[in-house]
Write a protein that binds this ligand. Structure first.
Ligand code: SF4
Length: 470
């Protein structure tokens, strides 16, 4: 360690502490070391005032050499020093949970591949977590994007606790392959729990009860998930998808899910949903989430998967392999159920349409490939855009037999507010073909939108295909 150590000391001696810390951190990120061999690096980090680096080294040393009296004593000394500085140091009193969990059994290459397949998000980039003590005694932490892909080697380093990595959820094609509910203890409750063992136990019970309730609620919607103790202040519920889904759709689903779950949430806890955005700019990345099963650099605790009773599972790789992947159709069904719970649907029109009205509807759909395409696509994907809804409402919505199909379609598309379901037949002028082309050019340009109507004196509209049917 001579050359880098002397360089670090030289930088520190010249007052360039940030550069000294950066050089040391950079060196440690590539330097193989284990157990008590970390003590010298920890001492150097403390010497230049980088207590977070020192803390990381000592935690790793005590983890790798649990019988080392020197490592334990050095960690105790540093904890005392941090306490003297007034730094809130979670390892002095575990905030809400018990002792650190042991690392999972070392994953083989196939397991690392499965791990990355499950939790790897955006291509070509990941995030690295950093922690830094501040002059005012607080700890700052954050993530820095790394423009290199997550590799099995990086995942192994994260799992070994050598670094802490995050993944950006939204992929380059604006899809996601998983979503996460993040249940956290609020800062105020966390501070109170850190001061008092009774309160600590109570908050822990509140967290456990809410964890079980959320898991049960997800299960009731058919959403299998992996529950993770994040290693810091809460729980993550990972729902892994069978197939990629549009991020904006999943994001909207998440808002409905959070609204439902928040109704029963105790005041000590908060909820978030990832992805937090529906899409990201071309040069943006969106929010990230920390990869599971690593060591949290603030608390020093390892993330673990939990079983149904809330106990850490000893075989996380078996949990990862056996957890059922959620089908997109199951997400859509859950979305639909949440929407129906939130707002009871309006009553359906009472009168059944006449045979003549049914015939008019069939003629319009048969004559207008634009309307037919909107109906078919929406039925297949269970998604329908605002402009497509306008076209249906202002064409089929003028027909007595048109309300039923529109209502059925809107109910099947969870993103459509139930207030958009038409209650009665529209009067006045239907939408013109010209307006339809302006509204949905992505459809009119792909079908034969060029009908010839014999009715002189009337403007072109899909309803003219039903002329004489009613
Ligand atoms: S011309 Fe009018 S009726 Fe014909 S396909 Fe286009 S929108 Fe439909």
């Amino acid at each position: 360690m001579d050359a880098p150590a002397s360089d670090v000391r030289a930088l520190a001696a010249s007052g360039r502490l940030d550069e000294a810390e950066a050089l040391l951190a950079d060196h440690l990120s590539t330097q193989p070391r284990h157990g008590e061999a970390r003590l010298g690096w920890a001492a150097l980090a403390a010497e230049i005032g980088s207590l977070s680096l020192a803390l990381d080294e000592l935690r790793a040393a005590t983890r790798e050499a649990p019988d080392s009296v020197r490592a334990a004593a050095a960690l105790a000394d540093l904890a005392g020093e941090l306490a003297d500085l007034g730094v809130e140091h979670p390892s002095v009193m575990p905030p809400v949970d018990g002792p650190p969990a042991p690392p999972p059994t070392e994953p083989d290459v196939a397991t690392l591949a499965r791990y990355l397949h499950a939790f790897g998000g955006r291509e070509g980039v990941h995030a690295r977590q950093w922690v830094s003590p501040q002059a005012d005694g607080t700890l700052r932490q954050g993530y820095a994007p790394q423009q290199i892909p997550l590799t099995p080697r990086l995942a192994a380093a994260h799992l070994a606790g050598d670094c802490s990595l995050g993944t950006y959820l939204i992929r380059l094609d604006d899809t996601v392959t998983f979503f996460v509910i993040d249940l956290d203890i609020r800062r105020k409750a966390l501070a109170a729990a850190a001061q008092d063992h009774q309160e600590n136990r109570r908050v822990r019970q509140v967290l456990a009860a809410s964890t079980a309730a959320i898991e049960a609620r997800l299960g009731a919607h058919g959403l299998a998930c992996i529950v993770e103790d994040s290693g810091h202040k809460g729980r993550h519920f990972w729902c892994l998808l069978q197939a990629p889904m549009a991020a904006d759709l999943v994001h909207r689903f998440g808002r409905a899910l959070l609204a439902a779950l928040s109704a029963d949430l105790p005041p000590e806890l908060s909820l978030e949903f990832f992805p937090k955005q529906g899409r990201v700019d071309a040069d943006g990345l969106g929010n990230l989430i920390k990869l599971p099963l690593g060591v949290h650099p603030v608390s020093g605790r390892r993330s673990t998967f939990l079983d149904r009773a809330g106990r850490p599972v000893e075989t996380p790789w078996a949990t990862l392999a056996s957890t059922r992947r959620v089908a997109p159709v199951e997400v859509m069904a859950a979305f639909e159920a949440l929407r129906a719970d939130a707002a009871p649907p309006p009553p359906s029109p009472a009168e059944a349409p006449t045979p003549q009205a049914e015939a008019a509807l069939r003629k319009v759909i048969a004559g207008c490939p634009v309307v037919a395409t909107i109906l078919t696509r929406a039925a297949e994907t269970r998604r329908i855009g605002h402009d497509e809804r306008i076209v249906l409402l202002h064409s089929l919505g003028h027909l007595a037999a048109g309300l039923g199909p529109i209502e059925a379609l809107f109910r099947a598309c969870p993103e459509v507010p139930l207030r958009d379901v038409p209650a009665k037949v529209r009067r006045g002028h239907p939408i013109s073909c010209a307006r339809i082309r302006a509204r949905v050019p992505h459809i009119t340009a792909t079908v034969a939108c060029h009908c010839e109507f014999p009715c002189l004196g009337e403007y072109p509209s899909p309803l003219l295909h039903a002329a004489g049917a009613t």
